[in-house]
Ligand binder design. Structure first.
Ligand code: HEM
Length: 461
């Protein structure tokens, strides 16, 4: 296949440049393993490096897998605006929905069914709901952080799993995880990891996963029963589970209990897979950059001295919000969006065919200096007037793009901020060891290695 545009004559004196598309070139790899090591150990660095070395569209492979990776501004814009017409998410997420026994799990649906589900879930993540969750989430985070004592050493990811799981459990489904935390982590990692292909599929048959899954389903059934027995009223505000119990599917039928559970358990699973790491990354950068931390700290202290208003006012904490955005830019978690191609398309001179499995490496744009100047510098002022670097459409991608972009993004921003606000208000922490530099692992999404730890240097309150 031709590799470059060819010049062809098109009538007297007119030369028209006709593009001849090529199949994407393979990124250099190693025999038998292809790019498996890069994909599993340093996917972000691999995507950015290949974008420069190979181009915005390239092939990457591992044993038994082959992807077309699309990165850069055009790829992101395509996914945001046109992707739906050419791509299918359902086959990619089918196995995850199967692990959850659900036929109404948003990311594994499409078309009218998906539109209906999105509409159904929306009120759980509205500003009104966020304002309702806020006091309980702040109180839960405060209570957990106030248990810490000077000299304690905390593994950051484990600590954040606890902090985020308890806040979302209390606010969305009326049940803190308590002793079920370890099961929630195992269930989330394996159901999504094996379901999406980040782990080999046989891992979905590991006995410790099956045991954790069994207990998580029992917990969720118990939560659903409790909500049925104690419907919302003057003494209890409706929560996410009540909303799902009231909901119908796109054909007007009540959601099955498995559908209610599949959606409700996101309060735990998504908290573990995405929420814990997001908070851990933010804590790490704030400890690594004391000047930024001092500005955020002063802002948080002043805001809480005056009393925090509703969710909108809380999001107005400009430095805390800027620090959160900047840590999400530098340490993206959902760094590539997987899809199956169902209709051929062309991007940047490359032909992408039905049957190709694509990874839209949406986070590559975070590291392009023409979009985010000095991309490797931690700079919390990028998101303030007049720079507003996050307002460039489809360039800052923390929650996916297009119709399936994360429904919970406002909630996520809120719990990352409530978690860090509680920590900054109540304790002084240091990295342990003090000179530690972050290493990330993929498990099944990027997260800090378990070695990331902090020590409680002093109490502030
Ligand atoms: C840091 C935390 C989170 C990140 C980075 C994140 C990221 C994402 C991404 C990238 C997608 C789209 C996947 C795709 O297109 O293939 C997604 C979908 C979704 N997320 Fe999140 N998520 C987070 C937390 C949450 C939480 C806590 C909830 C709810 C409790 C949630 C609910 C959803 C739902 C319902 C969808 C499916 C949307 C649809 O298919 O229409 N997410 N999320």
């Amino acid at each position: 296949m031709a590799l470059a545009p060819s010049l062809v004559g098109a009538g007297a004196g007119i030369r028209v440049r006709k593009a001849v598309n090529r199949r994407p070139v393979a990124a250099p790899g190693i025999p038998l393993l292809g790019n498996a090591i890069d994909l599993f150990r340093r996917p972000l660095e691999f995507f950015v490096q290949s974008y420069y070395d190979v181009g915005p569209v390239f092939r990457a492979s591992g044993p038994g897998r082959s992807y077309v990776v699309l990165a850069g501004p055009r790829a992101n814009t395509f996914l945001a605006h046109e992707g739906e017409r050419y791509l299918d998410n359902r086959p990619i997420y089918r196995q995850v929905a199967g692990e959850l026994r659900s036929g109404n799990y948003a990311i594994a649906t499409d078309g009218e069914q998906h539109t209906h589900l999105r509409r159904t879930l929306k009120p759980a993540f509205s500003h009104k709901s966020l304002s309702r969750y806020l006091p309980r989430m702040l109180a839960t985070a405060d209570q957990l952080v106030c248990e810490w004592r000077p000299g304690m050493r905390l593994r950051v990811l484990d600590t954040m799993h606890r902090l985020v799981g308890e806040q979302l459990g209390a606010a969305l489904v009326g049940r803190a995880l308590g002793g079920d935390l370890a099961d929630a982590v195992t269930f989330a990692r394996y159901s999504v990891g094996a379901g999406l292909g980040a782990y080999p599929t046989f891992m979905a048959r590991f006995p410790h996963y099956l045991a954790a899954k069994h207990r998580m389903f029992a917990l969720m059934r118990d939560i659903v029963a409790e909500h049925r027995d104690n419907p919302p009223g003057p003494n209890r505000e409706p929560d996410f589970v009540d909303l799902l119990l009231e909901a119908t599917d796109h054909e007007g039928q009540p959601l099955s209990d498995d559908d209610v559970i599949a959606n409700a358990q996101m309060a735990y699973s998504n908290a573990m897979l995405y929420g814990g790491p997001a908070c851990a990354f933010l804590l790490y950068v704030l400890l690594k950059y004391p000047e930024a931390r001092a500005r955020v700290q002063a802002e948080v202290d002043a805001a809480f001295a005056d009393g925090i208003g509703d969710a909108r006012a809380f999001f107005g904490l400009k430095h805390l919000h800027g620090a959160m955005l900047e840590s999400m830019r530098l340490f993206p978690i959902a760094l590539a969006t997987p899809r199956l191609v169902v209709k051929p398309f062309e991007l940047e001179g490359n032909e992408v065919r039905p049957g190709d499995v694509t990874l839209f490496a949406v986070s590559v744009c975070h590291f392009l200096p023409e979009i985010f100047p000095n991309p490797y510098t931690f700079d919390i002022d990028r998101y303030s007037e007049p720079r507003n670097e996050h307002h460039q459409p489809a360039m800052f991608v923390r929650f996916g793009l297009g119709a399936h972009a994360c429904a919970g993004m406002g909630l996520v921003e809120m719990f990352v901020m409530t978690t860090l606000a509680a920590i900054l208000r109540h304790v002084e922490l240091t990295l342990d060891p003090p000179g530690y530099t972050l290493r990330r692992v993929v498990n099944p999404f990027p997260e800090p290695e378990r070695k990331l730890a902090v020590r409680v240097a002093a109490l502030r309150s």
